[in-house]
Unconditional design. Structure first.
Length: 376
């Protein structure tokens, strides 16, 4: 099979008027030589997007451990341009977390849409002051025995966990988690700059939805945001225009470099659904005017952002170009959790998971293993 596009967006360049060869669902290579028979895809072809922080979609929530819900989410994400993702949990009891992980482990191999590339545990080792839409009743200092259990229960899928740097025992936990192949992210935290930097020095490599639910940048105490700007750790960003002011997002990108920014959605179950009443974990949420907010207090409760929209937003806001935006939603998040060996780029030997979009950055089609699985 041969495909042609005006531009193929690779990890380090954009190829103009090239052909891509795919055999048995795998990319064979790229060439200027016109084959006898080919399919013209459109203006831009980019790697399938990689969402490493997403709680649900199409009315389904990972924490509910509902039979079949993972497949609903997986198929729904194809309309977002996402071909790889990390089902994400919330802070809750160990029993409920166990159940959610067990369900994912039972079903992830059979999903029909975006591929499950791991699991992100968002909590429960957070700080109550910046709880956001997480339940403080279940927050505690990090417990390495819990993580060991979760790795086993999840069939080894857990590859990312978020903690607050000021909790007791953090540095030892980070080192042991890394030794078990789990990336450690920092978030929902009132940590000082020094505490956050110490956690990065110990091996943490991601800041969770930077700016949101963390101590801010102050000229006498740079806090978590300052540490995110000053270290090489990758910073997640929710670029829906509600969580972070576009100018603040641009400042972070300029401070760190766009190769250290991972666009994520933090999407909850209301993604892809109509406005109305929903739940995030056990918390009632109202969705309207492009946001999901807790009914009690009005705090932002995840998002209803589609990752394809984040790409369009950062380009429209003029804080990134098309090439940079694509990398921030594919290669960078894949690198952040060590899955860039299987996804996040168009490359020889990789599965032909890719998306097609036009010059207005509107998604036209999504492909898995060289087969069209969504068309607008």
């Amino acid at each position: 099979m041969f495909f042609k596009a005006d531009y193929f967006i690779l990890e380090d360049t954009m190829l103009e008027d090239y052909f891509m060869e795919v055999e048995d669902g795998v990319i064979v290579g790229f060439s200027k030589n016109e084959p006898g028979d080919y399919t013209y895809l459109g203006e831009f072809v980019a790697p399938g997007l990689v969402d490493t922080h997403i709680h649900g979609y199409h009315g389904k929530d990972i924490m509910k451990a509902e039979e079949g819900a993972l497949n609903v989410i997986s198929k729904g994400l194809l309309e977002c341009g996402v071909t790889s993702f990390l089902p994400t949990t919330l802070t809750d009891s160990k029993e409920k977390t166990d159940a959610a992980l067990k369900r994912v482990a039972e079903e992830y191999k059979d999903v029909e849409g975006a591929k499950v590339r791991g699991i992100f545990l968002e909590g429960p080792f957070f700080t109550e002051k910046y709880k956001g839409a997480q339940n403080p009743e279940h927050m505690s200092d990090p417990k390495i025995d819990y993580l060991k259990d979760w790795i086993e229960i999840s069939d080894g899928l857990v590859n990312k966990i978020a903690i607050a740097p000021e909790r007791d025992g953090v540095e030892d936990f980070i080192k042991k988690a890394n030794a078990m192949g789990v990336r450690v992210a920092l978030g929902h935290s009132d940590a000082t700059f020094d505490q956050a930097v110490a956690a990065v020095d110990a091996g943490a490599n991601i800041f969770v939805h930077t700016f949101n639910a963390m101590s801010g940048l102050h000229h006498r105490e740079p806090g978590m945001v300052g540490a995110a700007m000053a270290t090489d750790a990758i910073s997640e960003l929710i670029c829906d225009g509600h969580h972070v002011n576009p100018n603040a997002a641009g400042i972070l990108m300029n401070a760190k470099g766009r190769d250290k920014i991972a666009l994520i959605t933090d999407c909850m179950s209301a993604g892809g659904m109509a406005d109305g009443d929903y739940l995030l974990g056990d918390f009632p949420v109202i969705v309207k005017e492009g946001t999901a907010r807790l009914k009690d207090g009005g705090a932002l409760a995840g998002s209803i952002l589609k990752l394809k929209e984040a790409i369009k937003n950062v380009v429209d806001w003029e804080i990134a170009d098309i090439f940079e935006a694509i990398q921030m939603a594919s290669l960078v998040p894949a690198k952040s959790v060590g899955i860039d060996n299987v996804c996040g780029k168009l490359h020889e030997g990789y599965a032909a998971d890719f998306i097609v979009f036009d010059y207005d950055l509107d998604l036209k089609a999504t492909y898995l293993n060289g087969q069209e699985v969504y068309r607008k």
